[in-house]
Design a protein around this ligand. Structure first.
Ligand code: AMP
Ligand code: ZN
Length: 503
């Protein structure tokens, strides 16, 4: 462990502060993950990459890390649920959409997109968290937290749900600066539907709803948790009552993180996260990324081969392009940057192939490059320690690769080994030279039954087209034996597991 200080802008104190883990040399942090109602887009990944770079920089100075990032697999509101998760949630809406037709129910949809997230995570060479909890796996703890908040006078019940009482937490607003009740009331006027709420700012901890697609039994009947409670509960479950750092995109500062603080600190009476780091939004070619503007990209839209409708972008080039701007500045993603990034990544690959070739030969001579590369690495690391200054770190990395490639024919074995060690270090810091692990989907994420059903349905469709009804019926029987009900509807063939009952 070095004694270098690692500084990051802290949204809470509004200044660049040194990260100061409660346990020296051990950073424990939580990053908000995605809601799995669709494929994650490159903006989401820019935020996840900030957490990844924090992780790598902490490792580079010899710190231990415990990194928890969640999967939100309970649907919440399509509009910001300022106070009240009523109305249609994102996952229910996704299920009704064209893309949603292939899923039997909302659980399958969530499972599928959670698996896709992990694939994209590996594609972009992000390190694995220590724990990746899912909201649906922690409903019991969320219910318990809500009960405790009621017991301590921080929450109350109405006919529609349980609300956190904002006036019971006087420092509400300390993260976002949204302290004026009138602004908040103004902002929520349109979405508040519960007349029994005591204060317009109060936000939902539990929503009573026996018709919701995902519902659990609670002391208040059937329903589902509010969005904010999952993150504070899961962060504390895995990291303890006080955590060193919490990350997410800038849109989460308010209300999500403000509400997390209110819940967590009301439960423990201790400061929740000491440091908050927020990633500014990514724009595409100078515009807000939006399906409406035709500039909306998922990771797979860009990296899938052209034969599969993608753009065949090198995943590491995409990674480099997404980290090319510092996390704290609004970032304009452009195809010009992506092209430059592809050239840079190729330079790293060429250098790697070349030094590996030379290092394998026992060419005599002294190391003539190592000390200069060490100085360049120190520059890159110092830049990362300085509020994740990725542009400066990448510039240093490019200087190093230029040096290696420039010496091409003059590298001896010792120099090549030094260059290889440098490339490994740069890769550990920035992840732009090679993939650290193979791209695989953990078995648990694959739904073999769904794959089998899709294959059989495709075969049945072909059989019916060929008027081979005997075969089509045989396939239906086969599906029946698998516990699958097939429904031929005007919108096409749908299926569901019989065990799913009403879902
Ligand atoms: P969501 O699935 O909407 O909860 O988003 C997952 C994460 O991505 C959150 O931390 C968001 O703040 C972040 N995020 C969403 N859109 C963007 C964007 N355009 N640029 C950067 N981060 C984003
Ligand atoms: Zn969260």
């Amino acid at each position: 462990m070095t004694d270098k200080s690692f500084t990051l802008y802290n949204t809470l104190t509004r200044r660049v502060d040194a990260l100061a883990p409660l346990e020296p040399g051990h950073l424990r942090f939580y990053g908000c993950g995605p809601t799995v109602y669709s494929y994650a887009h490159i903006g989401n990944f820019r935020s996840f990459l900030t957490a990844d770079l924090i992780l790598r920089t902490a490792h580079a100075i010899g710190w231990k890390t415990t990194y928890v990032t969640n999967i939100t697999d309970v649907g919440h509101l399509t509009e910001d649920d300022f106070t009240d998760p009523s109305g249609e949630d994102r996952m229910a809406k996704a299920l009704r959409s064209k893309e949603g037709e292939r899923f039997a129910n909302v659980w399958d949809l969530a499972r599928y997109y959670a698996g896709a997230l992990l694939d994209d995570w590996h594609t972009l060479n992000l390190r694995e968290p220590d724990v990746r909890p899912r909201a649906t796996e922690h409903i019991r703890e969320q219910i318990r937290a809500v009960e405790q908040l009621i017991e301590r006078g921080h929450a109350y019940e109405t006919g529609q749900g349980i609300y956190f009482s904002v006036p019971s937490f006087p420092v509400y607003g300390k993260l976002s600066g949204n302290e004026a009740a009138t602004d908040l009331e103004q902002a929520v006027r349109d979405v508040v539907v519960d007349e029994q709420k005591k204060d317009a700012r109060d936000f939902a901890l539990w929503k009573k709803d026996p018709t919701h697609l995902m519902q659990w039994h609670s002391p208040w009947g059937w329903g589902f948790p509010g969005w904010h409670i999952e993150c504070s509960v899961m962060a504390q479950a895995y990291l303890g009552e006080e955590i060193d750092l919490h990350t997410g995109g800038e849109d989460l500062i308010f209300p999500h993180h403000e509400c997390e603080i209110a819940q967590a600190e009301s439960l423990t009476g201790k400061p929740f996260a000491r440091h908050w780091a927020h990633t500014r939004f990514l724009q595409v070619e100078g515009e807000k990324m939006s399906k409406r503007f035709n500039n909306y990209y998922t990771v797979r839209d860009l990296v899938a081969p052209e034969s599969e409708g993608g753009r065949g972008v090198d995943p590491l080039a995409l990674r480099l392009a997404l980290i090319a701007g510092q996390y704290r500045k609004p970032y304009n993603f452009t195809f010009a940057t992506l092209r430059d990034s592809a050239r840079h990544v190729q330079r790293f690959r060429d250098a790697l192939a070349h030094v590996d070739r030379i290092a394998a030969e026992e060419a005599p001579g002294d190391d003539r490059i190592g000390p200069r590369l060490d100085a360049i690495y120190a520059r890159a690391l110092d830049a990362m320690l300085d509020d994740l200054n990725t542009p400066a770190a990448i510039a240093a990395a490019l200087d190093g690769v230029k040096l290696i490639n420039g010496m091409k024919d003059h590298l001896n074995g010792a120099s090549a080994r030094a260059a290889r060690a440098w490339l490994d270090q740069i890769n550990a810091l920035l992840g732009i030279v090679y993939h650290e692990t193979e791209t695989t989907t953990p078995d648990a994420e694959v739904d073999p039954l769904a794959e089998q059903v899709e294959a059989l349905l495709a075969e049945r469709k072909a059989a019916r087209k060929a008027k081979d009804y005997a075969r089509a019926d045989a396939i239906r029987d086969e599906l029946d034996a698998l516990g699958i009900e097939v429904m031929d509807t005007p919108e096409g063939t749908k299926w569901r597991r019989k065990s799913d009952f009403g879902f």
